[in-house]
Design a protein around this ligand. Structure first.
Ligand SMILES: [Ca+2]
Ligand SMILES: [Ca+2]
Ligand SMILES: [Ca+2]
Ligand SMILES: [Ca+2]
Length: 340
């Protein structure tokens, strides 16, 4: 007589998958694949938001984009994330600061292909898998029981890889390590650290920081209010992105009067002065005059300059010609940030 297992492997895997993602216990946080000349300082940084974490039954698997097949697997059995939450896998030559683990199969040079390729993190709830079970597997067919925890599909100025993206991070962006033209001196970095498993939208090419935060000293935007409604209500200014060297930033104005003259006030200090029946927050050091498009929306995306002065506050607010405003000028809310 055959005993029926109480829980099938598939059910067990599903249970553990929900456990792993619900706790968001471990994420890929940073990958540096490309350096100047021969790549000898490649690393993969994992991040545990909760701090120390045993890494038994976790595997880091590298996939080659041209074949969509595994080319290196690092078995993390017996390893542990230290209390600071950052765990660095790098070469045994210790060319990478803060290296926590140098697997014997992590080559001294060219261990991490430059893309279009992928790094994936799996958990094995069965406790039965070996690194060799991953060897030569197609990205779409990992060994039975392996649960995908997190992944990054990346490149160095290459086209997107449809097979890797579909299998690992469907609907998510592929990250270009060379997105700022500095691939050899920057890495694919999540900022803020951690984030949501399998969501790659917060990666940016930033300076390599093995074993430490990818965006220490970076700041976000603060909404300072003080909007003044026009005919269609208050124009809304939203700043997104972390302010830091080479970090993607956007300043998006919506709900403004269309086809109207508008002025963006930029200041390095706040004045909070009465203005057109409302309050202007920035003490203007720079005023940019434009005509709003008919949609009344002005998206402005840019990369925060790495030459920006350090520790300087910046204040922004729009004023838009609007017949529905008390003195014919509507104001967006003001926002502020601080250069890192
Ligand atoms: Ca490389
Ligand atoms: Ca790099
Ligand atoms: Ca491919
Ligand atoms: Ca880091």
């Amino acid at each position: 007589m055959k005993l029926r297992p109480i829980l099938s492997t598939a059910v067990l895997a599903a249970l553990c998958a929900s456990h792993v993602s619900a706790g968001a216990v471990l994420l890929i946080n940073e990958v540096d694949a490309d350096q100047t000349s021969t790549d000898a300082s490649e690393f993969i940084e994992l991040y545990s938001p909760g701090g120390a974490l045993a890494l038994d039954d976790f595997f880091v698997v590298l996939y080659n984009g041209s074949t969509n097949v595994e080319y290196s697997t690092f078995d993390l059995d017996g390893q542990a994330v230290p209390a600071d939450g950052f765990f660095v896998i790098g070469p045994s030559t210790l060319t990478v600061p803060n290296t926590d683990y140098s697997p014997s199969n992590f080559a001294a040079t060219n261990a991490v292909q430059n893309g279009q390729d992928a790094v994936a993190l799996y958990f094995d709830p069965t406790g039965l898998l070996l690194a060799s079970d991953f060897f030569g597997t197609d990205v779409a067919a990992p060994p039975a029981g392996a649960v995908l925890v997190d992944a990054l599909v990346y490149d160095t100025s290459d086209a997107d890889d449809p097979e890797l993206l579909a299998a690992l991070t469907p609907g998510q962006p592929q990250i270009d390590e060379n997105g700022n033209g500095n691939g050899v001196t920057e890495s694919c970095s999540r900022c803020p650290d951690g984030g949501t498993a399998l969501d790659t939208s917060t990666y940016a090419p930033l300076a390599p920081t093995p074993g430490t935060s990818n965006c220490a000293g970076f700041t976000g935007w603060t909404d300072l209010g003080n909007g003044l409604a026009g005919a269609g209500g208050e124009p809304l200014l939203v700043g997104t992105g972390m302010l830091g060297p080479d970090a993607p930033t956007s300043l998006d104005l919506t709900n403004a009067n269309g086809s109207a003259t508008a002025a963006l006030f930029v200041g390095l200090s706040a004045i909070n002065a009465p203005f057109k029946g409302g309050t202007i927050v920035p003490a203007p050091d720079l005023v940019v005059i434009v005509t709003t498009p008919p949609t009344g929306e002005i998206p402005l995306a840019f990369v925060w300059p790495d030459t920006a002065p350090v520790g300087v506050p910046i204040y922004l607010q729009w004023a838009i010609q609007d017949a529905g405003a008390p003195v014919l000028v509507a104001l967006s809310n003001a926002i502020s940030g601080q250069t890192p």
